[in-house]
Design a protein around this ligand. Structure first.
Ligand code: KIV
Length: 269
């Protein structure tokens, strides 16, 4: 097995021009598979809201939800760096709460936490978390916890002033101590400028090819999502595979073709 991925591995990968591969996972089997495939970073994302729990947004996710899924993922990961999302309002309100909530995620097995935005309170929280030894991944651009402020899932950084603000936010999270930065749904040219302007690795999603790495959502790349999104690619069509398998199972049960003697038990006479 290649060496365990640590936060400093990502810094080295950026320095060596090696791309970082990241994916979300929400349970034990998906974590095991992602780790076996050699993915570098596994994120227990608050996208669990949309992908697993059937919510429209990530706002209903609470600390208990992430902790529950994190513990399952932890049991399946050996090599990848395991990052846990900090849910809406678990940081960015009070710095003390942010540190205790991040600490709870670390005690449940996370090796880093991820926070969205770069408001003064978020920056203060990043500094405080890093100050007690918790590595923090930052997240800018289309940050889903602010979806109602954005008015929908829309490209961010469209105007020169929005682009300038994102460049400054990237500098700010780096200065606050973040060890890496997710850039979501921003123009590829802006992601390139940000990537060149910071020393921490950038990990894109809907941010073009110039980031230091890529993160995608498990259900999107495996074709489990109901919709196909522009920022993603379906490497398999597991929805179809599963539907066909379930239909065949139902059919065989109804036709008395399953179970057969091969799946049945009997005692010797
Ligand atoms: O929750 C999530 O899945 C994320 C990624 C899209 C970066 O934050």
């Amino acid at each position: 097995m290649p060496d365990k991925v640590a936060t400093r591995t990502l810094q080295q990968m950026k320095a060596q021009g090696q791309r970082i591969v990241a994916v979300t996972a929400y349970d034990y089997p998906s974590a095991q598979l992602a780790d076996a495939a050699g993915v570098d970073v596994i994120l227990v994302g608050d996208s669990v809201a949309n992908t697993v729990l059937g919510y429209e947004t990530t706002l209903p996710v609470r600390m208990e939800t992430i902790l529950h899924h994190l513990q399952a993922v932890r049991r399946g990961v050996q090599r990848a760096l395991l990052v846990a999302d900090m849910p809406f309002l678990s940081y960015g309100v009070s710095v003390e709460d942010a540190v205790y909530n991040a600490g709870a995620l670390m005690q449940a097995g996370a090796e880093a936490v991820k926070v969205e935005g770069a408001s003064p309170r978020v920056l203060e929280s990043i500094r405080a978390m890093v100050g007690v030894g918790i590595p923090v991944m930052a997240h800018l651009g289309l940050t889903p916890q602010s979806i109602h402020q954005f008015g929908g899932y829309r490209l961010q950084g469209r105007t020169a002033s929005e682009q300038e603000a994102l460049l400054q936010a990237a500098q700010a999270v780096q200065e606050a101590g973040a060890f890496s930065l997710v850039l979501e749904v921003i123009p590829a040219s802006l992601a390139k400028r940000i990537t060149e302007s910071v020393s921490i690795p950038t990990i894109g999603i809907g941010a073009g090819v110039h980031c230091d790495g890529e993160i995608q959502v498990w259900h999107d790349i495996l074709g489990l999502s109901e919709r196909a999104f522009k920022h993603t690619k379906r490497y398999a069509e597991l929805r179809e595979v599963i539907l066909n398998a379930l239909r065949q199972y139902a059919d065989e049960v109804r036709q008395r073709q399953f179970p057969t003697p091969a799946q049945s038990f009997e005692v010797d006479k």
